[in-house]
Design a binder for this molecule. Structure first.
Ligand code: CUA
Length: 182
């Protein structure tokens, strides 16, 4: 017995199932909710940064970070300068293949203007364990006010895939109290 081909049908002419319509509606509404909630996140929980960003030439930014590091370096940790700027100044951090540079040593309770940019690639600044995340692009200099609230060592990882050494791209912010203890 020959197998007969199915009756020819055009799928968009088929009657729509009620449950299908409901699910499509739910997905659409949820998408719209999430879209508008991106704006709300700027105000709730400070999860999205409504911060300042400026255009910058990557090489010029690298130069600024190097000048900053040279000016305030206090010691060395495995070849990376540890930089301790005075309270209240502008501090600079650079993302590049594959490190966050330099190590910053900041004082608890003091406010700093943190500048953040990349030399080469897109990186993801992720401060652990408090989980502050910022997309870092070469050509854009983010500036935000940072006030450390607890002493300790905070790791920075890269959470944007940036090549073969991505998983090794780490850095550190050390927060000390007024006496310099961590
Ligand atoms: Cu930088 Cu991943």
């Amino acid at each position: 017995m020959a197998i007969t081909s199915p009756e020819r049908r055009v799928w968009w002419n088929e009657p729509v199932e009620r449950v299908e319509l409901i699910w499509a509606g739910v997905a659409l509404l949820w998408g719209l909710f999430m879209f508008f909630f991106m704006i709300a996140w700027h105000f709730i929980g400070q999860q999205n940064l409504s911060n300042e960003a400026y255009r910058v030439v990557p090489d010029a930014y690298v130069q600024k970070v190097e000048d900053f590091a040279q000016k305030y370096q206090v010691r060395d940790e495995a070849g990376t300068p540890v930089v301790k700027p005075p309270a209240g100044v502008d501090v600079y951090l650079l993302g590049r293949l594959w490190q966050w540079w330099p190590v910053l040593e900041l004082e608890k309770g003091q406010s700093y203007r943190l500048h953040l940019s990349a030399a080469d690639w897109q990186h993801g600044f992720s401060l652990q364990p408090i989980n502050i995340n910022i997309q870092v692009h070469p050509g854009y200099e983010h500036v935000m006010t940072l006030t450390p609230t607890e002493v300790g060592e905070f790791g920075i990882i890269c959470n944007e895939y940036c090549g073969i050494g991505h998983h090794t791209m780490t850095g550190k912010i050390i927060v000390v109290d007024k006496q310099g203890a961590k």
